[in-house]
Ligand binder design. Structure first.
Ligand SMILES: NC(=O)c1ccc[n+]([C@@H]2O[C@H](COP(=O)([O-])OP(=O)(O)OC[C@H]3O[C@@H](n4cnc5c(N)ncnc54)[C@H](O)[C@@H]3O)[C@@H](O)[C@H]2O)c1
Ligand SMILES: [Zn+2]
Ligand SMILES: [Zn+2]
Length: 408
């Protein structure tokens, strides 16, 4: 079959690889209809992770069951499914508590496994024609309808970024009426803003510098903040100060101490750009979040930080050690959370929100391409909204388009 193979820094190729096979009785084989490229793939693409050449990428996978092992009882050939990026056993201590992101049995190295990802076990990715799914009864989420229907591009986002973004809003303690700040308007940041709005947040600020992405934030009802136009902390505070009714509701002493937000999400991670100068500052968004949070607020860092970064700017960063504004966060009593999202905890509910017409996460999708165009897709999406990547916000690869062009 054809698959997207990592060839080393800034290079992927679409190559023939051996077909996946059923390896155990609980496996299923999926014919992939849509596989998305994630911001997390870009860290590997840029050689900022421990991924080795030869790795088949793709952890946001959806398709139709082609074959099942003899122990699979709840899904069958022809069923439409989407797979959480986490591969989990369902029976270990962490899985039974809902933390499928830290499954203890699927990866010898660390807690947690995934398709086509550095250090996440021996599993191939689904940016390919077919994919092997371990423990298919537990991992596959069943979907209604037919491939290519009106929900295809919404459902594929259930593999990762919609549940991931929801998890970010959840652990940032977003509740109805809250003011929220999201740093990063990539797919994860935009959907964290969207999730916060669905959860009933009163105001959602989205900070980035990419005009196309900020425009999408505005379209869903968030307030876009361009950090190249001035300190985003100051911009958010000024916006809140301009809300007369809010200001009139404060008692003496409240206005200054509640001038920020209660919930913040870092949806950028270790490759964050510094405020000025175009360089990286892995702590830039965390610093801004620590400044904009009100006392007793919450910060969720959903953007990735690796234990090792070959491209770190100094010896400490290469080991995943960062200068962290702990003093400010501690003195304000901020709750903090981070880590990989346990997709299965949310995907069924978010599927049903989509079916009920209450969520349409595919508003972020900008390109739908055949698998063969993966090199071009990576090159442009990797620009993260600059230059020729200006309007590449979320890219879907569709092996179905390769099949139909071959047939034509
Ligand atoms: N925790 C999880 O389970 C999980 C799952 C999926 C993705 N992620 C991570 O989430 C992060 C975002 O993913 P994505 O797909 O949206 O990526 P992306 O690379 O498309 O988006 C990142 C955005 O951050 C913006 N940005 C850069 N520096 C900034 C700054 N200082 N302030 C504000 N914005 C800034 C960029 O302009 C870009 O729009 C990545 O680190 C990804 O690996 C984590
Ligand atoms: Zn992802
Ligand atoms: Zn497990």
């Amino acid at each position: 079959m054809k698959a997207v193979v990592y060839k080393g820094k800034n290079k992927v190729a679409v190559e023939e690889v051996p077909d996946p096979k059923i390896e155990g009785p609980t496996d299923a084989l999926i014919k992939v209809t849509t596989a998305a490229i994630c911001g997390s793939d870009l860290h590997m693409y840029e050689d900022r992770s421990s991924a080795s050449p030869g790795c088949v990428f793709g952890h946001e996978n959806q398709g139709v069951v082609e074959e099942v092992g003899e122990g699979v009882t709840s899904i069958k050939k022809g069923d439409r499914v989407v797979l959480p990026f986490n591969i989990a056993c369902g029976f270990c201590f962490n899985c039974t508590r809902g933390w499928t992101s830290a499954c203890l049995t699927m990866n010898k190295k660390v807690a947690g496994a995934a398709y086509g990802y550095a250090d996440m076990g021996p599993y191939r990715g689904g940016q390919a024609e077919y994919l092997r799914v371990p423990y298919a009864d537990f991992n596959a989420l069943k979907l209604p309808g037919k491939p290519g229907d009106e929900f295809e591009d919404d459902f594929v986002l259930l593999a990762d970024i919609f549940p991931t973004a929801w998890h970010a809003a959840e652990l940032a303690n977003v509740k109805s009426g809250d003011p929220v700040a999201i740093f990063g308007a990539g797919p994860v940041g935009l959907l964290a803003a969207y999730s916060s709005l669905i959860k009933g947040a009163a105001e959602v600020y989205v900070v980035d510098k990419v005009p196309e992405r900020l425009k999408k934030a505005q379209e869903i009802g968030a307030i876009p903040i361009d950090f190249t136009k001035g300190d985003p902390v100051k911009q958010i505070k000024e916006h809140r100060q301009s809300e007369k009714n809010l200001q009139q509701s404060f008692r003496p002493g409240e206005a200054e101490k509640l001038s920020g937000v209660m919930c913040a999400v870092d949806a950028v991670g270790f490759q964050a750009h510094a405020a000025e100068g175009g360089k990286e500052d892995p702590m830039q968004t965390v610093k801004w979040a620590s400044q904009i949070l009100n006392p007793t607020g919450s910060l969720m860092m959903i953007g990735v930080y690796f234990p090792a970064d070959p491209g770190g700017q100094d010896e400490a960063q290469k080991k995943g050690l960062y200068e962290f504004p702990l003093g400010e966060l501690w003195s304000k009593g901020i709750s903090m959370a981070q880590g990989q999202a346990p997709v299965k905890k949310y995907n069924v509910y978010l599927r049903d929100l989509i079916l009920a017409g209450k969520a349409k996460p595919s508003f972020i999708v900008s390109q739908r391409l055949p698998l063969a165009k993966a090199p071009e897709a990576y090159e442009n999406f990797d620009k993260r909204g600059s230059g020729t990547g200006q309007d590449w916000t979320k890219v879907l690869l569709k092996p179905e388009l390769d099949r139909s062009s071959k047939a034509a």
